[in-house]
Design a protein around this ligand. Structure first.
Ligand SMILES: Nc1ncnc2c1ncn2[C@@H]1O[C@H](COP(=O)(O)OP(=O)(O)OP(=O)(O)O)[C@@H](O)[C@H]1O
Ligand SMILES: [Mg+2]
Length: 412
């Protein structure tokens, strides 16, 4: 067994290969030879990594691939902070996602990636060790047409401005998704979510910079594919993988969700640090809010993850809506004014508010919502509920059954 201590230059590193295939081991050792001495460990024999490897490669090919992924936590435990890469022979969403979840640094796909293995490892190391730190923020409403996309894109823009471009908007409103109307990527062909999934293993900083659309504010954008057949690849497993990767590149991953709880939406909500429920002051929207809160509680989401945004709010407030919110014990975290002219004119010009009406109240309200998500801008308890009657109008109770009156509890 060779290690860094007995090489001629002393600058070579020590890598550990875990896997049964002699052929892949030999090829990998050759590809790494400039920088690493590769030692092999067959996990089916007794598993004990050699002294402090600088790199671990786990073979996850053929029928044993899933078993290999299961080994990752134990391997990570024994090698500490050392980067772990998975050698794969196919892009199986389950394998990629499970591996990313276990904190692997990257993937080496056989046979194509072997030629670039050193640069793949180098780029991943540059990016930092296992940093999955970006915050996922989902904008969601169980009722359509309440302004979810409008709020998502404008808040995303503010987050991009505040973070110097470290924010990306993801549109999962299959099949069409309206966010492109606001972001207006145009010009040339940029990656769709589908392209991103297909190329997930080839991504590097250059590709991330050039292939992903960028709005003039610095907001990055991944929209839906134009070809409807390509929507098939946008599954819950794949979208989780996309989120896992995007979190490594951006401080904020903002998702414009559809108005239903399909598996892809749920996958996004599951991983979200904040779920921004968008509503409008109407009874049907309030009912949707109540159901969304109940569902989130049933899913075990912590109460503080949910924030209620009341869009198209009227200045003096709506007495019945305020009563309902109070009865449901759901505080409103932010209001957005009802301003048809500003919003629709901005949309028709393909602009976001920061460009179209930077000084408008609506734009200021988008900034306030972004501030709710920024670590230094959190303002707790911004409830704007009316302190009037605590009694819910009796005739509305058919919409809001008794259990709706209980507050949601902090989940796990
Ligand atoms: N505060 C507001 N005042 C006036 N008009 C608004 C406001 N917010 C959104 N709108 C307008 O309402 C329309 C619907 O908005 P948007 O597309 O954002 O809703 P949505 O909830 O995403 O709809 P969908 O369910 O179709 O995805 C748009 O024309 C938008 O400009
Ligand atoms: Mg929408």
């Amino acid at each position: 067994m060779t290690n860094a201590g007995n090489t001629l230059t002393g600058s070579r590193k020590n890598a550990l290969y875990i896997g049964a295939s002699g052929e892949i081991f030999t090829k990998t050792a050759k590809a790494l030879t400039l920088l690493y001495d590769l030692n092999r460990e067959d996990v089916r024999a007794s598993h004990r990594p050699p002294v402090n490897p600088d790199l671990v490669l786990i073979e996850a090919v053929g029928v044993d691939a899933h078993d290999a992924v299961e080994l990752i936590p134990a391997v990570r435990d024994s090698v500490g902070n050392c980067p772990v890469f998975l050698i794969i022979d196919r892009r199986d969403g389950d394998i990629l996602f499970a591996a990313a979840k276990h904190g692997v640094q990257g993937f080496i796909e056989m046979p194509g990636d072997l030629a670039n293995i050193l640069s793949i490892i180098h780029k991943e190391e540059q990016r930092g060790k296992g940093v999955f730190s970006g915050q996922i923020v989902s904008f969601f409403s169980l009722k359509g047409g309440v302004g979810t996309t409008t709020v998502a894109v404008n808040v995303a823009e503010q987050l991009a401005i505040h973070t110097g471009g470290s924010a990306i908007l993801l549109d999962i409103n299959m099949p069409l998704g309206d966010s492109a109307l606001y972001i207006n990527p145009g010009g040339r062909e940029y990656y769709s979510i589908n392209d991103f999934i297909l190329n997930i293993n080839r991504l590097d900083d250059d590709l991330m910079g050039n292939a992903i659309a960028c709005h003039s504010s610095g907001l990055r954008y991944l929209g839906l594919p134009a070809n409807l057949e390509e929507l098939e690849s946008i599954t819950d497993v794949n979208i989780k993988m996309v989120l896992t990767v995007l979190r490594r590149y951006y401080n904020y991953v903002i998702i414009d969700c559809p108005s239903d709880l399909n598996p892809v939406t749920l996958a996004c909500l599951d991983d979200s640090a904040s779920i921004m429920l968008v509503a409008e002051p109407s009874l049907s929207s309030m009912r949707a809010v109540r159901v969304a809160f109940d569902t989130c509680r049933q899913l075990g989401y912590p109460a503080q993850r949910l924030k209620l945004i009341l869009n198209r709010a009227i200045p003096q407030g709506d007495e019945i809506i305020n009563e309902l919110l109070e009865a449901l014990q759901i505080p409103v975290d932010a209001n957005i004014e009802n301003n048809y002219l500003t919003f629709v004119s901005a949309l028709h010009k393909g602009c976001l508010l920061q460009e179209f009406a930077p000084k408008s109240q609506a734009n200021q309200q988008m900034k306030d919502i972004a501030a709710l998500l920024l670590p230094d801008g959190l303002e707790e308890g911004k409830a704007v509920l009316s302190s009037s009657s605590k009694k819910k109008s009796a005739w509305l109770s058919f919409l809001f059954n008794k259990r709706s009156a209980s507050p949601i509890e902090a989940g796990t």
